[in-house]
Design a protein around this ligand. Sequence first.
Ligand code: NAP
Length: 271
Amino acid sequence: MKGVKLGLIGDPVDHSLSPVMMRAALRARGLEGDYHLLPTPARLLDERLDEVRADFRGVNVTVPHKRRVMDRLDAVEPEARRVGAVNVIVNEGGRLVGHNTDAAGFYRALERADALPGEALVLGAGGAARAVVHALVSAGWLVGVHNRTLERAQRLVEELGGWLVVPGKLEKAVRRTPMLINATSVGLGDPNASPLPEGWLPEAGVVVDLVYAPLETRLLREARAAGLRTLDGLGMLLGQGALAFELWTGQPAPEAAMEAVLREEATRWKP
Ligand code: NAP
């Protein structure tokens, strides 16, 4: 294998920002190597993993394989097992080991922004919400969880901690929380969609949106107009990518270089 050969397994993968971020990281550290998009329909997943085992230092994993890849690896780190998703594979001399850097990457983004109120309300119960709730609960935060499909949120809190916020209590919970986190996919690809009715915002504090296409979602726009602090989805993307880079290369991630290209690329997004 020549240099640090990295890639992304998923379906689709063509809109990913990971190649620009990881190439910038390799360049900044003076490492030879490349980051390849590896479009992988479900029926080709086993073949793709053989290819990774033979030829790659590691890969990211994205939709729809984050869960199903777990059974096919040689080992899965306990944190990834708990979250129920692998987003990074490290090839340790032919042994494929699964990690989850979404959870720690999200927390790293909050630390970097010095936004750590110790209490949050999370909207969503999919893969991203699971990573976020796991990160916050592990750090000792008080975490409320609401989701359109309530049973899914109920299962999430039973497995990972936090408490369920039912629809009748949602408006009050939103107003009182010091940190509101949108971990649903509402807003993705649509600058006019919001996961909450207009005017439902915290009275004070921070609003975080994991969506990064577009960077400025309707929720963040409304929050900023109401004088609240906002954090967009690039923080988590950068955090998970920085941790992945460190796992693959053993070197500290050049976060400033990674963030600069990410922000440049993400602001080019058009509906
Ligand atoms: P997912 O597993 O498909 O979960 C989607 C979530 O959104 C579910 O909770 C779903 O609720 C909810 N949802 C979808 N449509 C909705 C609607 N119309 N109204 C209310 N709720 C709705 O997706 P995911 O992987 O968790 O990703 C969620 C978002 O996070 C995506 O926008 C993704 O791009 C973003 N993300 C960002 C990062 C980052 O690094 N910044 C990392 C991962 C994900 P139901 O359970 O009711 O269907």
